[in-house]
Design a protein. Structure first.
Length: 368
């Protein structure tokens, strides 16, 4: 099925028969309507005769985009005005430094959970600014499980955890009680399941895992925690500066913010986070059931910590690998190779991935 769309002198042709089943871990699949509306905005945004790529970030049209993007995040998370929402650059990796700059006091210390590669990178950055206690780690077991921590003491300036691990396919199901500030990197499972976001003082997430295109990073921060570290913070790294400027401290990633807004509007219009979680549980169950049934495949992680977002698995008979690889590629599947540090395969089941794509993968697995 093809569609032809005309805007001014431009024509967009979408051939749905060419669309792949995209299991990429990020940048990832987004809703088709987001691609379409984004394409329209690139050609002519809001009937202005200008592209979204060329309008001023100070224009009323883009300020409206930023305002609604920030507002919809709080609606979806059910957060009040104690929190502020920022769309920044630099990816989640920049947040590895921004968090300790803003929250770790001079001569203070922070607690970190080491549950995967990105958590480990966050720990490395925090150690450059102060004392870090790794209060739980699964590194020695190749991050095959989530370390279980029930409570974090008040002696720490903050506690940092990574809610979902894209490489190893693990996910925190029960967050510990924190008697200090609670910080989480939710890059790969943001907006995918119902949780009490008000338990967290700061949440950050790179958009390209589940929320939008690469190029912007979401930060949700409780305003009252800022300005208390006693540090001299470089201006761009200071959350308070961005809050004061309503996420316009510098030129924001205009297109990435707009496409993220479209994705969040799609989520809100399709039942919100609760409905997305139901769909995600169904997709994950379909795939995990086949892995458990089929002796040719097995997961890298323990069953109780399996992620709803990233299913990492391996083939148990290397003589069948070539046949499997040829079959999933022939079926129009994209992005199934595992991370280079782990190998095997990884199926990312983000919000926009339809269950029909998962069924295609399962059918291929059954055929080998």
């Amino acid at each position: 099925m093809s569609g032809i769309f005309c805007f001014n002198k431009f024509t967009i042709i979408l051939n749905k028969n060419m669309k792949k089943h995209n299991f990429s871990a990020g940048p990832c699949i987004l809703p088709q309507e987001v691609f379409q509306k984004s394409a329209e905005a690139i050609l002519d945004f809001n009937g202005m005769g200008l592209s979204i790529l060329e309008i001023s970030h100070r224009s009323k049209d883009f300020i409206a985009v930023m305002d609604e993007a920030r507002a919809i995040v709080k609606r979806l998370m059910n957060l009040n005005d104690d929190y502020d929402v920022l769309f920044l650059g630099g990816g989640a990796s920049l947040q590895f430094a921004m968090v300790p700059f803003n929250l770790m006091k001079e001569n203070g210390k922070a607690a970190y959970l080491d549950s995967g590669n990105w958590a480990s990178n966050a720990i490395k950055e925090a150690k450059k600014l102060g004392t870090v206690d790794v209060i739980g780690s699964s590194k020695e077991e190749n991050y095959s499980f989530i370390p279980k921590i029930e409570e974090v003491g008040a002696e720490y300036d903050y506690f940092h955890c990574t809610s979902n691990n894209t490489i190893y396919g693990t996910q925190i199901k029960d967050f510990p009680k924190a008697n200090t500030l609670m910080v989480s990197d939710m890059s790969s499972d943001i907006f995918s399941r119902v949780i009490d976001y008000s338990k967290f003082d700061l949440i950050y997430a790179g958009a390209q895992k589940n929320m939008g295109p690469a190029g912007t990073t979401l930060v949700v921060v409780k305003k009252e925690i800022l300005g208390k570290s006693g540090r001299v913070i470089p201006s761009y790294l200071d959350y308070a500066q961005h809050v004061a400027k309503e996420s316009m401290f510098n030129t924001p990633p205009v297109f990435a913010v707009y496409a993220s807004l479209l994705t969040l509007q799609w989520l809100e219009n399709n039942g919100g986070i609760a409905a997305a979680e139901e769909r995600n549980i169904a997709k994950a169950k379909l795939l995990y059931d086949e892995i458990d049934r089929n002796p040719l495949f097995e997961c890298f992680c323990v069953p109780e910590d399996r992620s709803l977002m990233n299913v990492s698995f391996k083939i148990t008979d290397e003589s069948k690998k070539e046949a499997f690889d040829n079959a999933w590629k022939a079926a129009g599947i994209n992005g199934l190779n595992g991370h280079r540090s782990l190998g095997g395969y990884r199926a990312s089941l983000y919000n926009a991935l339809p269950i029909e794509s998962v069924q295609v993968l399962v059918d291929v697995m059954k055929s080998i």
